[in-house]
Design a protein around this ligand. Structure first.
Ligand SMILES: [Mg+2]
Length: 232
């Protein structure tokens, strides 16, 4: 008997799994100042639901870094950002896991027909640091998924994540993306995935529904409901 292909669940990190208390944006601002001597470089840059690559590139352009230098500057920026993030994660207050996340991760971890991974705009090592800080890294042992390094474009990030989580036998399978912004919803649909949205970030349930989310909840505290939605 052939088993059903496992469902792939791709998690966004910021404002979906956890809230860093602003540690991520603070570390980016400090890293930018460290490298280029510019304070508050991200003041006018939108962070929510975007990739770290896109956020950095916007700031670099805004502060006169030549377009052709941006790819190499991303690598330099990442090297400086990570130690700052290590510091800001312990420095800021108010960081937390979102409601229901620990129970949900545990339940999904125990399901042999679900494969969990990440679909996040975070740089991969930065994302790993955040998960470790909040004690949920064990659910993502190989940090499989799609990350900010893959592309500025979130849909492309998710495509890379889905590709890495397939086991290569070509069986069609359900992919569920869980995120907190319209960017997550659009990127999910661009990949033919189901978009479960959660209003633990800056967007309301109504806004997420209007963006086309297949399901949207105020938070993921009702674990049984979320599990049903994941199974479809
Ligand atoms: Mg997010």
């Amino acid at each position: 008997m052939t088993q059903a292909a496992p469902t792939i669940v791709l998690w966004d990190i910021d404002n979906t799994l956890l809230y860093t208390g602003g540690a991520g944006s603070l570390a980016m601002a400090r890293a930018f100042r460290h490298l280029y001597g510019i304070d508050d470089a991200f003041r006018r840059i939108e962070f929510s639901g975007r990739t770290d690559t896109a956020i950095f590139s916007d700031a670099a352009r805004a502060h006169g870094i030549a377009e052709e230098r941006i790819p190499s500057e991303i690598a330099r920026f990442l090297a400086v950002y990570l130690p700052h993030l290590e510091e800001t994660l312990t420095e800021v207050t108010g960081g937390r896991l979102m409601p229901g996340i620990d129970r949900l991760l545990e339940k999904l971890h125990a399901c042999d027909d679900v494969v969990q991974g990440l679909g996040t705009g975070n740089f991969r090592p930065g994302g790993a640091m955040k998960l470790r800080h909040f004690g949920i890294d064990r659910y993502f042992p190989n940090m499989a998924g799609g990350f900010g390094e893959d592309s500025e474009d979130r849909a492309r990030v998710l495509a890379c994540g889905i590709e890495r989580l397939r086991d290569g036998d070509g069986r069609p399978r359900r992919v569920v993306v869980i995120g907190d912004t319209p960017h997550d919803v659009r990127a999910a649909h661009a990949n033919g995935a189901c978009a479960l949205a959660v209003a633990t970030g800056r967007h309301s349930v109504d806004e997420l529904r209007a963006a086309g989310a297949d399901d949207a909840a105020a938070d993921l505290g009702d674990v049984e409901r979320v599990l049903r939605a994941i199974r479809g």
